[in-house]
Every structure is written in structure tokens, then in C-alpha cells.
Design a protein around this ligand. Sequence first.
Ligand code: GLU
Length: 506
Amino acid sequence: MKEVRVRFAPSPTGPLHIGGVRTALYNYLFAKKHGGKFLLRIEDTDQTRFVPGAEEYIIEALNWCGVSYDEGVGIGGPHAPYRQSERKDLYRKYADQLVNEGHAYYAFDTAEDLELMRERLKARGVATPQYDVFTRGEMVNSLTLSPDETAERLKSGDTYVIRILIPENEEVLVNDLIRGEVKVHSSRLDDKVLFKSDGMPTYHMANIVDDHLMEITHVIRGEEWLPSAPLHVLLYRYLGWEPPLFAHLPLLLKPDGNGKLSKRDGDRLGFPVFPLRWTDPVSGEVSSGYRESGYLPDAFVNMLALLGWNPGTEQEIFSMEELTAAFSLERVGKSGSKFDPEKAKWFNHHYLSNSNTNDVAQLLATILAGKGIKAPETLILQVSDIVKERAVLIPDLWEQSWFFFQAPEIFEEKTVQKFWKPDSPALLVKIIDLLKTIDNFSVENVDLAVKTFIHDNELGMGVVMNTLRLVLVGGSFGPGVAAIISLLGKDEAVIRIDKAIKRLSL
Ligand code: GLU
């Protein structure tokens, strides 16, 4: 069998939406599964839509997710260059070939001509006026002009585009690996522009030429490209090339299932729709990203993989290797998948709590360094071991543990009201004395000592523990009290209790 070669071919028109990341991921998984190659090609022939920073963003996003490519922009490969603007000179001859063989033609219509055509058709009751089988005969092109007139116009430098000549009365068949046979009648297709007046090919032309030259075997892309597929099938046929196999992936839908998940939805609904934070270079508007919100790339990838594909079992947790082994296009659904932000958090919580403590400690150490807090490595490790189960997103590692690194500045009012009693200072003085007697300050020893003290003095467990928690962390949160005391260490625990007695007794 031919080597599998697939590509992700984004246009650098802005940040990559998570739907785009999913397309890249499925291409990557498919290539790995079949021992093939995955390419990154940047489709930047539409200069008017070029957005600075978008290409860098795409590459950084793929790197962050671990969706690595074998050939492409930034790393090169046998079909370099992989940026279409750098391949500009290569497309023209194929457009000329199509013209010479009667599958494409020159069109000289001005913007005004086109507008008049649309108005004419609308007046005739045509809902979506287009340049097609029915209208091309009324327009200024090499089909309606004599060969001499056409030659004259070309010679004198008239502005023109090259359009495909869609065949009359034909059922164009697209064989889609996910959707089966999709048939579209040619009367519904328009004579798309293949080559623009600025000397650049359009997406359609460049995409087909590059997929052919780069020996792409499977085109795996979003459903929004399905309407273009019949045109692409025709182009392959007219150029005499074997088409790749097509697989159009289902849409990602809004959480309520009402329509496509759009770029605007994320921050409106309170979750990111982009892998990384994006700052719009023109408006300065900032859109949140999964990375900056504190998601682990593995959790993000796992979540995305299951939006459109299912393993056919109950298994939900998949490493990239497991995904590679399990993935198949046969198990990609036809209908859209609802994006579920809560499930995304569920995945992240799962990955964080099951992470190696050393890795979590790295994350926590980075947060601490960002805050200029110095802490012993062993403390960071011990804290990580405790808090990783309590954190949903990476910033929660700090939210759930800051009191191990900083003494509380304030004491929660409601907790003070509840647990700070006239006899609290006396009780805490006794506890300070008790802590001083403990030699081995392990969690177990502290726990045993405090519980024995409570028992021997016939005190209420809740009262003592909650009062201790209040003075140590400033509120009613955090892990077990013995763990807090043990990790803070004898000196710090005693200092905090002592200070709190003074502050709260005022
Ligand atoms: N450049 C197109 C995009 O931005 C690629 C579509 C395709 O994969 O053919 O999505």
C-alpha cells in the first residue's frame, strides 16, 4: 500500500480554533496509526486575509499539544517550501493547462459587471446569484468573446481571472470516508475563480495542486469544506490526477447544540475556544486560551479526540499513544459534537490528580517563582502530593496551597465568628506546648498527638480542629489539619498559632 500522507492546511487568518486543532490531531493520529507522514502546509494565497502572528500561533499551538508534524513550515521536507505564498510561481502552469484543455476560461468582468449580474438575477427571482452554467454566457469572458478579442484583451493587459468551466448537467460524485457517497448536481456549482487578477491562485487551485505535488493520500478536514469537494473532484479529473480520499469531519457545536461553536462563543460562555491566548494585532482584543487557563496539553488532547471520534468502548482516558493505536476514521461520526466545557475540566482534573508528583511540583514551582516566593523543594513536593487531587486547573495548585508558603494575612470573618471563643487562646497555648513535645513531626505523629490531646481533655474534635485550621490558614479550607501542621513544620506552626492568638484576642 502507498505510504499514507496527510496534511493540515490552515490559512493564517487568525488564531486556530479548537476545531482546527482537532482536525490537525485527527490527521496526526491517522498518519501515526498507518506509519505515514503528517504535513503542515500554510495556505496564505489570500493576502487580504493575512493576519500577522497567526502562522506562529498555529505552530506554537501544535507544539503545545504534542501534535508534531514530519514535514512543513519551519522544518522543511522533500516538498519544501510548505508556505503557499512561496510556491506562487508553481501554480500558473496548471491554470494554463486547464484553459488550454477547455476546462477553464478567462473572465474579464469588472466588479461592476458582476454586481449588475447579481442584480439582474435577483430581479429574476434567483436567490443565490452566481457565475455559473446559466450565467456565464451573459458575461465578458473567453467563452463569449471571439478568440481574437480575447487574445487582444490579454495582450493589452486587461485585468482578468481564470475560472473553472463547470460541466453542464452532470452528477458530481464525492466519495467521503465518513459520509459515504455525496452527489451534487453540477448546475448547483459555480465557476469558481482559480486564478486571481493579482497573480495568485485561489485556495481551490493551490490546494489541489499542492495536495497532488505533496502526494497527499487522504484529505481529512472540517465539514465546512464539503461544499468545495465536488469542485476539487473535478479539478483532479481535469488535471488528470488521481484524487486523494476525502474525509470531512463533523462540526464542533455550541454546548447547547445550537449551531457551530464559533470564535466568539468561548469568552461569551466562559471557556476558551482557542488552544493558546490570542491578542488580536489590530483591535488588541484578548481571547483566552487553554494553555493560559491552566489545562494540561494531554488533557486537552484527550478531550478533543473524543469530540467527533469514539473508541466504541467505555474508555475515556487515552494517552497520545493509546489514541494513535485506537483511532480510525470509521469511528468518526457524521453528526456534530457538542462541546462540553465541564467535561474539559473533568479531563484536566483527572490528568492533574493522576500526574506524577514531580511533574506537579514543577508546575507549582513555576507558579511560586512567578510570585517571587522561595520555598524548599521538599515542601513543594509534599504540597504537590496533597493538592494535586484537589486541583481542576493548574492555577488551583496555588489556590489550594498558598497558605503553605505564606502566613494568612486575614482571618475569614464568618469562620472567626463561628470558632473563635473566649477560651480559644488558652486552648491554643496548650496546643503550642503539645506541638513542642513532638519530636518526629510526621503527619501521623501530629495527628495522633492532637487527637490524644483532644481525647484526654475531653474536648470536641470539631471545635479544636476548626480553631486550629482557622489560625493556621485563615479560614475553613485546606487539607487535613495534621497535614497542614506537619508540612508547615513545628516552628512555623507555632509562630502562626502564637500570632493568631495575639491578633484575634485584640
Ligand atoms: N486552507 C483551508 C483552511 O483554512 C484548508 C482546507 C483544506 O484542508 O482543504 O481550512
